[in-house]
Design a protein around this ligand. Structure first.
Ligand code: E4P
Length: 217
């Protein structure tokens, strides 16, 4: 499973990228707002840092506007992925933009039917939002499994990009289901390293080591 980082925080991206943990980046209007930076300027910097796809989201509501914005965003760098919402107009824009050879990430997906339509429209990525479904007491991971099954049934090449990931558990469950990509905030990726038994074991080793009076260096 590929790891994308869901942030426009370039310091956080750099830290994970240096560890080889970044296969791509996703941003959205809320993350750009949080960065406090200009969308083109920060996205360009991210594209220079990361080799993989970098999603930049359109904000128009009509297909024509999304296509125009998508073409403009694509000028930033070759690894830009244009993000459009899963609306009827978003699907129209997806078809046109992928037809021009551009990568398109169809976002705000909350049902298997929506994912099926995105695949038919030629989406490069479909972004089902796990955490926002969990918030409504609907198991977001079930949606990832349903989409995996449907795409595999018919050999759709659209990549399942599990999004709205809130916990380290979401990451391992997505990997078990077979999501192609998971995009997560930096703190969630770092939390994957945590285990209470690791901390407990380390504590015991250090106490025993101290009692030996030895030094390695
Ligand atoms: C995906 O591309 C979105 O940017 C993101 O995963 C949304 O996550 P949230 O529900 O935590 O805002």
């Amino acid at each position: 499973m590929k790891f994308f980082v869901d942030t426009a925080d370039t310091d956080a991206i750099a830290e994970l990228n240096n560890l080889g943990m970044v296969d791509g980046v996703t941003t959205n209007p809320s993350l750009i707002m949080k960065s406090g930076r200009d969308i083109k300027e920060v996205t360009k910097q991210i594209c220079e840092m990361v080799d993989g796809p970098v999603s930049a989201e359109t904000v128009a509501l009509d297909a024509e506007g999304m296509i125009a914005e998508g073409r403009e965003l694509a000028k930033i760098a070759d690894n830009i992925t244009i993000k459009v919402p899963l609306t009827w107009d978003g699907l129209k824009a997806c078809k046109v933009l992928t037809g021009e050879g551009r990568m398109v990430n169809v976002t705000l997906c909350f049902s298997a039917n929506q994912a099926l339509l995105a695949a038919k429209a030629g989406a490069t990525f479909i972004s089902p939002f796990i955490g926002r479904l969990d918030d409504l007491n609907i198991d977001g991971l079930d949606l990832i499994a349903d989409i995996r099954e449907i795409y595999d049934n018919y050999g759709f090449e659209t990549n399942i990009l599990a999004a709205s990931i809130r916990t380290a558990n979401h990451m391992s469950e997505c990997a078990k289901i077979g999501a192609d990509v998971a995009t997560a905030p930096p703190n969630v990726i770092k939390a994957m390293a945590n285990h209470v038994l690791t901390d407990k074991g380390l504590d015991a080793f250090l106490k025993d080591w101290a009692s030996t009076g030895q030094k390695i260096l």
